[in-house]
Write a protein that binds this ligand. Structure first.
Ligand code: ADP
Length: 469
């Protein structure tokens, strides 16, 4: 797309807004930026952009920054009823997100990954597979590095591995990845999406422009996604919400499954197999995998398929997936003392992720949970808590909601800090137990982010483990 000389405004000056502004500048567009926040960091960024000749307003939005523009780029997380969005709509100005913008400038093929849980793990693993297979690979998107940072420089024989959140997908229109993965769709961010239907429709934007030769990679074991692959939104099981039908899929659907020998990738006995052309190719044994939990088997199947789209040899895939040790804060083994194991799953900000963590643990669990509620239904985990959890140590704003939702299933104790929570859990543990931080909530009520929460957990664990007898 030629944006040279076009007047474009970026709404929101976070990491991706800044990246979009720089890319627009490079493309020769007349860029301006508006952000209603105010902080020393924003002032610094404003100065930097002003130095490049980019007009920036912070502290408030004014209509003059939108009215006569030809395109508006909206950052993920900007409310759809925010003033600049309403002004743009009133003036008939197209509104797109940073991913869409980047895709206009990107010559490299794209593997895009979305889902409620597992995106970062699969994005990282897919990136590792492609790099090991000799591809010059850019791993970007929601994982940290903005797509706009790399889109212009990537060459046609490079590969983009792109993690996309539903907020980022909401800003896409013509985005057309070559391989699109949806890992799972569980209720997540329901506080920010009008409904589950809205959430699913947003997720499905990842494949809506795909065509012949592209791969839509879906989790067969998820009834909603299985239905999508069959006829794109046929009715699925009772109680599941279906989005409105729009069109049939013309891409090649590749499934992954832990239970059925599908076209795509599957488990048979202890073996992990790819089946692209009707012939099963063994990748490795489940017992060779370092990662724990069946959810990580799903992540491996999905990543192997993505690698396979780019013709990476099975032996290369094998080497990467068996050697992959996992990422910090995602079901991360921390330490053990006197037979009590500590696991840091701070990135578990949804009930779905905590469910998978509990399923992956065979011993009795002392669960540390709580934080800022994302509109989750904690009763979904009640049966598993009854079966596996000896005690829930509650932390943060969601404590009383979690306690009410799980009432009768286990014992509770409230803590005021992470150090206290870990100590309470340890006091109640006996040899063979597992202490799991899997909060099911965002961290912002007590911490800057999930990383800080996880580090605080690890520090508290170390204090206990290093204490002399
Ligand atoms: P995301 O980027 O989607 O948040 P991550 O890979 O960062 O996903 O993992 C977030 C949380 O979800 C962690 O608690 C992790 O253990 C859990 N998780 C990872 N993969 C899956 C999966 N396939 N299904 C369910 N939970 C998962």
């Amino acid at each position: 797309m030629n944006l040279k000389g076009k007047k474009v405004t970026v709404v929101g000056l976070g990491i991706s807004g800044l990246s979009a502004a720089k890319l627009l500048f490079r493309s020769g567009a007349k860029v301006s930026v508006t952000d209603n926040g105010n902080s020393p960091d924003l002032s610094k960024t404003k100065e930097l952009l002003n130095g490049m000749g980019i007009e920036v307003e912070i502290g408030a939005h004014t209509e003059g920054f939108i009215k006569d523009r030809e395109l508006v780029i909206v950052s993920p997380g900007v409310d759809k009823n925010a003033l600049p969005i309403l002004w743009a709509k009133k003036n008939g100005i197209p509104i797109i997100g940073e991913i869409e913008l980047a895709s206009y400038f990107c010559k490299a093929p794209i593997a895009a990954i979305t889902g409620s849980n597992g995106k970062t793990t699969v994005t990282t693993m897919t990136g590792e597979i492609l790099k090991a297979g000799g591809k010059n690979t850019y791993v970007c998107g929601n994982i940290g590095l903005p797509f706009c940072d790399v889109a212009m420089d990537a060459r046609a024989d490079d590969v983009i591995v792109l993690e996309v959140s539903s907020f980022q997908l909401a800003g896409t229109v013509n985005f057309k990845p070559n391989a699109a993965i949806i890992l799972n769709v569980t209720g997540n961010h329901l506080d920010k999406h009008d409904s589950m239907k809205d959430y699913l429709e947003t997720k499905f934007r990842i494949f809506k422009n795909q065509g012949k030769g592209d791969w839509t990679i879906l989790n067969y074991d998820d009834p909603v996604l299985r239905g999508v692959g069959a006829t794109f939104m046929t009715p699925v099981g009772a109680g599941r919400i279906n989005p409105t039908p729009t069109k049939g899929l013309t891409s090649d659907v590749m499934y992954f499954s832990r239970f059925k020998k599908v076209k795509g990738a599957f488990i048979d006995g202890d073996g992990i197999f790819l089946n692209i052309n009707g012939t099963g190719v063994r990748i490795c044994s489940k017992s060779e995998i370092c990662l724990k939990g069946e959810h990580n088997i799903e992540n491996i199947l999905a990543s192997a398929l993505a690698g396979s789209y780019f013709n990476i040899a099975p032996e290369v895939i094998r080497k990467v997936v068996t050697g992959f040790k996992g990422l910090p804060h995602r079901f991360e083994y921390v330490d053990s003392k006197d037979g009590v194991t500590f696991i840091n799953d701070s990135k578990s900000t949804s009930v779905g992720a905590a469910l998978r963590a509990l399923e992956a643990i065979e011993s009795p669990v002392l669960l540390i949970a709580g934080g800022r509620d994302k509109g989750s239904d904690f009763t979904l985990i009640k049966d598993l808590v009854r079966e596996k959890v000896k005690k829930v140590v509650l932390l943060g704003e969601a404590s009383s909601k979690i306690r009410k939702s799980l009432d009768g299933a286990t014992n509770f104790k409230e803590a005021n800090s992470m150090a206290e929570a870990v100590q309470y859990a340890y006091d109640s543990a006996v040899k063979g137990d597992c202490i799991l931080l899997s909060p099911m909530c965002a961290s912002f009520d007590m911490f800057r982010n999930f990383e800080e929460r996880g580090e605080e957990f690890k520090k508290s664990v170390r204090r206990i483990c290093d204490r002399p007898e």
